[in-house]
Ligand binder design. Structure first.
Ligand SMILES: *Cc1c(COP(=O)(O)O)cnc(C)c1O
Length: 368
């Protein structure tokens, strides 16, 4: 039996009756846009995160875009972020006519290096987007310190890290706004696209709620130009069912990660590093190895799926050639892009699969 990186059906099957009932309930209600299901989920997520407000939107990408809009980012502004992330983090900066400023990562955690970030702050810096990559929160204390010194907005990209903790605080509660994605492969995933922004700032939340409906309040009266980015009632209904199980699923991911670490100890594999003051939620389980491409091929040959997050850092992407970065500028990210590999990881991943994957990795190192 092939081993996949992610089995979404395993989760659906475990809750099929409840999810089907929720979906049919929305279909037969005739209320498909916003409404009770969306406002109910916003309250539940705000409570789960420990933020005072949450605003649903159409995707994690839109959560980031709306946050930048609420922070007033536009042409001429600079926004600092990590070069080692999913494209959306930077794409939204460009879409607003602002310039992404790319910063390198720390090699152990793959998260943005706060000291390098501070060096890139200029009079044009309007916002900073730290990304909590793979399920671990970036080093937020120094980031918040630099940002507040310079009066810069901090938008947490927690799309991979709902439920993660940093020094006892939840992801999304440390910056001015926190962005979540409910894309199916995230730790809390819906059956399509969905996203949410959380904040403790009531006036920002009001702004976000207006921006997601074309900037209108009341309807048909526009003080600002917004976008159309709503969370579907259908997705909200599914997410309300799933949210109740999120902590259990995070526990299962952490157990799988612990088992991987146990079985790979003593091999040449560089294992994911969990900071002592952080709770990692393992959206991905990413290892680092010298012969990454050969190992990937070896595992593929044995029917074991793996993935590359991400093969090319953003500062070297063709669309950002105009920014003038060159190879070697952000070396830790370039190294991570060349040598990391994501192994199968999802809550229901069978223990025997973890054993099979790690046995195959050990065989690789023994030349078998
Ligand atoms: C998934 C993801 C996004 C975008 O979320 P979508 O819901 O797919 O638009 C943004 N940033 C990071 C780090 C992500 O992993």
């Amino acid at each position: 039996m092939p081993i996949v990186t992610l089995d979404l059906l395993a989760q659906y099957r475990s809750l099929a009756d409840e999810i089907n009932t929720a979906v049919l309930g929305v279909l037969s209600s005739g209320k498909y846009i916003m409404g009770d299901k969306v406002s109910g989920l916003e309250k539940e997520i705000a409570e789960y995160i420990g933020a005072s407000r949450a605003v649903g939107c159409a995707s994690g990408t839109d959560a980031l875009l709306l946050s930048l809009m609420a922070a007033g980012v536009g042409p001429g502004d600079e926004v600092i972020t990590t070069t080692y992330t999913f494209f959306a983090t930077a794409g939204v900066i460009s879409r607003l006519g602002a310039t992404p400023v790319f910063v390198d990562i720390r090699p152990l955690t793959y998260n943005i290096d706060p000291a390098l970030m501070e060096e890139r702050i200029t009079g044009k810096t309007k916002a900073i987007i730290p990304v909590h990559l793979y399920g671990q929160v970036a080093d937020m204390d120094p980031i918040m310190e630099s940002a507040s010194k310079h009066g810069i907005a901090v938008i947490e990209d927690a799309c991979q890290s709902i439920g993660a903790k940093y020094k006892g605080r939840n992801a999304c509660t440390i910056g001015h706004m926190g962005c979540l994605s409910f894309f199916p492969s995230k730790n809390l995933g819906c059956a399509g696209d969905g996203g949410m922004i959380t904040t403790d700032d009531g006036s920002l939340a009001d702004k976000l709620a207006i921006l997601r409906v074309h900037g209108s309040k009341p309807k048909y009266f526009h003080k600002v130009v917004g976008i159309n980015s709503r969370l579907d009632a259908l997705q909200a209904a599914i997410l309300s069912v799933k949210l109740k199980h999120l902590d259990r699923w995070i526990g299962m991911r952490r157990e799988n990660a612990a088992r991987y670490k146990e079985l790979l100890a003593g091999t040449p594999v560089v294992l994911p590093h969990e900071r002592e003051d952080c709770k990692h939620v393992f959206n991905q389980f990413v290892i680092k190895v010298d012969k990454r491409d050969e190992l990937k091929e070896h595992l593929t040959g044995k029917g074991i799926g793996t993935a590359l997050y991400y093969p090319l850092p953003l500062h070297l992407q063709e669309c950002y050639a105009y920014l003038g970065y060159k190879e070697g500028d952000l070396p830790n990210s370039e190294e991570a892009a060349g040598y990391t590999l994501a192994l199968p990881m999802y809550p229901e991943l069978p223990e025997k699969d973890i054993v099979e994957v790690t046995d195959a990795i050990k065989d690789f190192f023994q030349g078998k």
